[in-house]
Design a protein around this ligand. Structure first.
Ligand SMILES: [Zn+2]
Length: 295
């Protein structure tokens, strides 16, 4: 599942390619993937792009917004219809061959056509992702966004994060970090990185963790996300360019998908377990298991 930096990568790419373009038509191939009336977008120009947590927004003139969630396998791919040596080809999101192949393909759920002949495809193998066309002034009220926790990379998220996570004292900290109503945009990768940074075992109950350590975990998530964006989130991570070059996906990771490899802090091998239904990576030496609670 794409997390904040991956969705931000998609947003930055879209911002460069579609802002200022007028939509001529939206073709919906999979009704389940689109909420709203696609014809209502015709004739509207893209005025900007936004992101909140893992949710993407493409604002149109006339008070309309396309809101979207890539979920597990969503991707956005932009193509100029008449291919030529200079034709722009761009794609970001779930890394598979639909980023570089002929489109539409079997994973294409809808196509947004622009004046001048370019097309933005929304591809999604597993069909959990969606796009919705809704009035811009109703976007903030959709439950997913209305309930969402603070943005980890904007302002000082700590006071609001603390207020929200302290309502879940009996929850494991791993599950709490994945809860979008506690903090926005963190998924499995950045939750594991955050807890390694703060030296917290992922199974520890929130109530057993000091404010100082929780603040360190939030800072660790933000640090890993910034690094991920810097290391090419905006250019080649989760991204395949026209030549089919794939970015170095997890070069920044300290624990994620590094089971058996030495911890970058203490050299002991990283472990993998299952927690909150997710593969969870941690250093058994730096991140000691919670002590059994005594009565
Ligand atoms: Zn270690």
């Amino acid at each position: 599942m794409p997390e904040l930096p991956e969705v931000e990568t998609v947003r930055r790419g879209l911002d460069q390619l579609v802002v200022g373009r007028e939509i001529t038509k939206i073709d919906v191939f999979e009704p389940k993937s689109f909420l709203g009336q696609p014809a209502e977008a015709s004739g509207h120009r893209v005025t900007g792009t936004r992101r909140r947590g893992k949710v993407l927004m493409i604002d149109l003139d006339g008070g309309l917004t396309l809101v979207g969630h890539l979920k597990m396998t969503g991707q956005m791919v932009y193509r100029e219809t008449a291919p030529g040596p200079d034709a722009t080809r761009w794609g970001a999101g779930h890394p598979n061959d639909s980023l570089i192949g002929e489109l539409p393909d079997a994973s294409s759920r809808l196509a947004i056509h622009f004046e001048g002949g370019s097309t933005l495809y929304f591809n999604d193998q597993r069909k959990f992702g969606w796009l919705a066309l809704i009035p811009t002034d109703q976007v903030a009220a959709i439950p997913l966004l209305a309930k969402m926790g603070p943005e980890p990379l904007e302002g000082d998220p700590w006071p609001e994060f603390r207020r929200r996570i302290r309502r879940h004292q009996a929850t494991s900290v791993k599950a709490a970090l994945l809860n979008q109503e506690i903090v926005a945009g963190i998924g499995n990768i950045y939750a594991d990185e955050a807890l390694w940074h703060a030296r917290i075992h992922p199974a520890t109950r929130v109530g057993d963790i000091s404010d100082r350590k929780l603040k360190s975990a939030l800072g660790g998530a933000a640090q890993a996300m910034r690094l991920s964006l810097e290391l090419g989130g905006s250019t080649d991570r989760n991204y395949v360019d026209a030549e089919g070059r794939r970015g170095a996906y997890l070069d920044f990771a300290n624990v994620f998908r590094r089971e058996g490899q030495p911890c970058k802090r203490c050299q002991r091998p990283i472990s993998k377990t299952r927690l909150a239904g997710r593969g969870t990576h941690f250093c058994p030496a730096c991140q000691r298991p919670p002590r059994p609670r005594t009565v």
